[in-house]
Design a protein around this ligand. Structure first.
Ligand code: ADP
Length: 618
């Protein structure tokens, strides 16, 4: 901003100093000669006041006033109306306003360098401002225009020419605004209607054609220019190039869409909530995993509701603590929760708090990885491993059993022979004979057990042949009919016709069926019905052996095929039967399943392949 000294220099006029004794007439002459309205009055080398035209007017009107004799010193305004040379225009104006006087003496280093009137100051200020506006017009980044109502530009700044691709202003002032500038000439009419109706238009969006024909998107703001009579003569205003903004908007939209896509296509549930728990983001995977639609939760439901009670608070605590991946983070927290429909969800939650620039918490975001399938797979794998371990254990047990059986076989038969021999020496009526026979029958039982143990351990030693299942079952039932009848057990059979070509070991099958029938008999101490049924299903034959006995308790169902598992007393069973059966059936590439209900009965179903010679035998 200009200083008092600058304005003094602009004036380029020395001020006139006269002594206080000078007559008013003389002073007037000097004023006219120098074309000035004010004179400084000096006494003994010191400025004591200012005498101005205004003082003269006052004096002329007083009676008996004679300019030729009146001394300037008697009629001037005394006092030094000083201002430092560094004063700015604003300072000078306010100083003048305060003292209500028409002149200021500008002082620099103890000397007076000039005299300034309000007109001097205002003129200089106006000049300055005009220059400022000119500079602004030339350098402002937006396009500034003045145009006529008829559609020609009167003036335009360089920014507007640049924006519209014109190099010469002359050429630009010639164009027809409606035809050459507006992409859609009708838009100019709309603009005129609006601006003439309201006196102004703010941010009117319009497309212009550049000199090279390219389209540019403009934001137009302007107001009306009137002549003295209030008639519209044209418009002036600003054109702001919007292309950059539109491009950025597009880029932001694209970035937004891109992020949205990532979030929505994520296979994991992504959820965000504000610090009050109001849900603000809920992606598609979240919809599928938790079974709530985005529509019904965003802005509607509190995040607390998707967690079991107290868990949401716990998660927030963990995120704020440094221990679970750093403050503001939570890494893979195992979370079991409930879906909307009551289904159980099991998975890992990773979450983070988002902070604003002041470091305040604003949003929490969580990613939930549903692990149900993976955990299910792991569980199945574990089961298979356990089964494998079990069969390894069984195999080891088999080897051990076979060794023991072998070792015991000979001595047992030795004892049996010895006991038989002793029988011939003790007559039947002898008291000891009974004890001997008991010993002998126990030894026989021991022998039988040993042979079971042997067949358990060497199931594959049997020769296989094409076998008719019905015939084997018939034989066994015939043999046991009497015994079963004694136990009040009725037999019911239903045989399919075409089960004659099962390739299997007959001996093994006999043992299996026999064992099943014995078990059925044991399960029906009060009598009942034994049903034996054969049927075919695809390439298999199905043999069902059912009883109406006690049934098997649920907790035993997994164990009955285990070696040495028995619920019977030690005399009746040793728990080898079913494990041997299982071995035999598996050996013949079949399967065995049990279905049982306590108090109702049990059905064993054996499946064997039809008409197939196993690779091991061919
Ligand atoms: P054991 O007959 O020597 O006990 P098994 O291996 O043949 O040995 O049978 C194991 C167990 O399975 C039996 O002790 C019994 O508890 C149960 N079980 C087998 N078959 C039946 C059946 N038909 N009804 C009820 N329980 C049965």
């Amino acid at each position: 901003m200009k200083s008092a000294e600058d304005i003094v220099k602009e004036k380029e006029k020395d001020f006139i100093v006269i002594t206080a004794d000078t007559t008013i007439f003389k002073a007037l002459q000097l004023m006219v000669q120098n074309k000035t309205g004010a004179i400084l009055v000096e006494e003994k080398d010191d400025i004591i006041g200012i005498w101005t035209e205004r003082d003269l007017m006052r004096n002329i009107l007083s009676d008996g006033f004679d300019p030729k004799t009146a001394r300037v010193g008697d009629h001037m305004v005394a006092g030094k109306l000083k201002a430092p040379h560094t004063d700015t225009v604003d300072n000078l104006i306010s100083r003048l306003r305060k003292i209500n006087h028409r002149y200021l003496l500008i002082e620099k280093e103890g000397r007076y360098i000039g005299l300034l009137s309000p007109e001097d100051i205002n003129k200089s200020d106006l000049l300055e401002k005009t220059k400022d506006y000119e500079r602004l017009f030339e350098h402002v980044g937006s396009g500034v225009f003045i145009s006529t109502k008829e559609g020609k530009f009167i003036d335009a700044n360089p920014a507007l020419l640049d924006m519209l691709g014109y190099t010469s202003k002359e050429e630009f002032l010639k164009i027809d605004i409606k035809k050459d500038l507006y992409l859609r000439p009708d838009d100019r009419r709309t603009f005129q209607e609006m601006i003439e109706r309201d006196g102004q238009v703010i941010d009117y969006e319009v497309d212009f054609k550049r000199a090279d024909g390219k389209v540019i998107s403009i934001l137009l703001t302007g107001h009306v220019r009137y002549d003295q009579n209030g008639n519209v003569i044209g418009y002036e205003g600003l054109n702001v190039d919007q292309s950059q903004r539109k491009k950025m908007e597009k880029e932001i939209m694209e970035a937004h869409d891109f992020l949205n896509n990532i979030i929505n296509r994520s296979p994991n549930a992504i959820i965000a909530a504000d610090m009050k728990g109001k849900i603000i983001l809920w992606n598609r995977a979240a919809e599928e995993t938790l079974k709530y639609s985005a529509k019904e939760v965003i802005g509607q439901m509190n995040i607390v509701k998707i967690y079991p009670e107290g868990v949401a608070q716990k998660i927030m605590q963990m995120m704020r603590s440094p221990e679970y991946g750093g403050v503001g983070k939570l890494n893979a927290y195992h979370l079991v929760t409930v879906q909307r429909d009551g289904g159980i969800l099991e998975g890992n939650l990773s979450a983070a708090i988002i902070y604003n620039e002041k470091g305040e918490e604003i949003v929490s975001v969580g990613i939930y990885v549903d692990l149900k399938e993976r955990l299910e797979m792991e569980r199945r794998l574990r089961q298979t491993q356990e089964q494998l371990l079990q069969s390894e254990k069984l195999a080891a047990m088999g080897r051990l059993t076979s060794q023991i059986a072998h070792e015991l076989n000979n001595p047992i038969y030795g004892i049996m022979n010895t006991l038989e021999l002793m029988k011939t020496e003790i007559p039947p009526e002898n008291k000891r004979r009974k004890i001997l026979e008991m010993a002998l029958s126990e030894t026989v039982r021991l022998g039988e057990m040993l042979s079971k143990m042997l067949s358990f351990s060497k199931p594959d030693q049997e020769e296989r042949r094409t076998t008719d299942i019905n015939i084997i079952l018939d034989e066994i039932l015939l043999l046991h009919e009497k015994q079963l009848r004694e136990h009040s057990i009725q037999i019911s059979t239903s045989f399919a016709t075409d089960v004659s070509n099962v390739y299997a070991s007959r001996n093994q099958l006999r043992q299996v069926f026999l064992n099943m029938i014995s078990n059925a008999r044991d399960a029906m101490p009060e009598g009942g019905t034994l049903t034996v049924k054969t049927s075919t299903e695809k390439d298999n034959v199905k043999i069902e052996i059912s009883d109406t006995g006690t049934g098997i308790k649920d907790e035993y169902k997994d164990k009955i095929f285990d070696t040495f598992f028995t619920t019977k007393d030690t005399v009746k069973g040793v728990g080898l039967g079913l494990s041997v059966c299982y071995g035999f059936i598996k050996d013949n590439e079949g399967d065995i399943a049990v279905d049982s209900k306590v108090g109702t009965g049990t059905t064993f179903t054996i499946t064997l392949p039809l008409g197939k010679e196993s690779a091991t035998d061919s």
